[in-house]
Write a protein that binds this ligand. Structure first.
Ligand code: PEP
Ligand code: MN
Length: 280
């Protein structure tokens, strides 16, 4: 197998497949796990409505972004730590695990009490101090590929988290920058099997930020599953047109339900375990 050079990576070359376990969740080889929720937590009623709906449709983890890395400093920056109350409410109303993006190590301690999984976004893939700080927490970490990172750079960033003793890293392909402008990014579909050749870590795909268009999200999601991905992180909003951020790429709840049924059928064909409670 074509592994990365030994002197650069020490942990990532392991031959076994890492299965990430968190509470009753199993993520990795053989399973297909869906993370879903709005781009950002905006309002309690919207967040709770979305959480209940995505859980019913088969998602296991709620996308609970409280801090948003936005290109413009004048657009919605997220609810911040005050949104923790909303996350607690979602815990009461559902059995979903919570994942959230960490933008600053200042927030790790507080958010650690509330969420099950941390996410490091593409803009912070190269923020090595943040990677080490997040890695020191005893929680799985979703690491998103920087939009211009090679697979080697991506894996070396993951190695920072592993090097401080945290082996529960979930790699996320979220599209790379190319000359194409029709899509927000270009989903690097072959990154999925390539990463599977190079590492034992689970690989998930973000069909929302990679396409930038809700109409393309189902195709990207099914392609990701067929290419061997272990899961998805998808943006869903009850009323995308009124979303504070990324409404154009967010699925409506009915669209998400439809996509989940299709994914379930495909997962069955591919022999993946996919525990959806309601499928009619
Ligand atoms: C996100 O998932 O909220 C996000 C900002 O995506 P990315 O880091 O991939 O740009
Ligand atoms: Mn978004």
């Amino acid at each position: 197998m074509n592994r990365l050079h030994e002197t650069k990576v020490k942990k990532i070359n392991s031959e076994h497949n890492t299965i990430v376990n968190s509470k009753d969740l199993t993520l990795g080889e053989g399973y297909f796990t869906v993370i879903a929720g709005p781009c950002a937590v905006e309002r309690e009623d919207i967040a709770v409505e979305t959480a209940i709906a995505v859980e019913k449709a088969g998602a296991k983890i709620f996308r609970s972004s409280l801090f948003k890395p936005r290109t413009s400093p004048y657009t919605y920056q997220g609810y911040g730590l005050e949104g923790i109350e909303i996350l607690r409410r979602i815990k009461q109303e559902t059995n979903l695990l919570l994942e959230t993006e960490i933008l600053s190590s200042d927030h790790i301690e507080e958010l650690s009490q509330e969420v099950d999984i941390f996410r490091v976004g593409s803009r912070n893939m190269d923020n090595y101090e943040l990677l080490k700080a997040v890695g020191r927490e005893n929680k799985p970490v979703i690491l998103k590929r920087n939009m211009s990172a090679t697979l080697e750079e991506f894996l070396l960033a993951a190695e920072y988290i592993l090097s401080v003793g945290n082996e529960n890293v979930i790699l996320c392909e979220r599209g790379i920058r190319t000359f194409e402008t029709y899509t927000r990014n270009t989903l690097d579909i072959l990154a999925i099997p390539a990463l599977k050749e190079l590492t034992h870590l689970p690989v998930i795909v973000d069909p929302s930020h990679s396409t930038g268009k809700s109409s393309l999200v189902p195709a990207a999601s099914k392609a990701a599953l067929a290419a061997g991905a272990d899961g998805l992180i998808v943006e869903v909003h009850p009323n995308p047109a009124n979303s504070y951020s990324d409404g154009h790429q967010s699925l409506q709840i009915s669209e998400f339900e439809k996509m989940m049924k299709e994914i379930f059928e495909l997962a069955k064909v591919l022999g993946k375990k996919f525990d959806i409670p309601i499928l009619t």
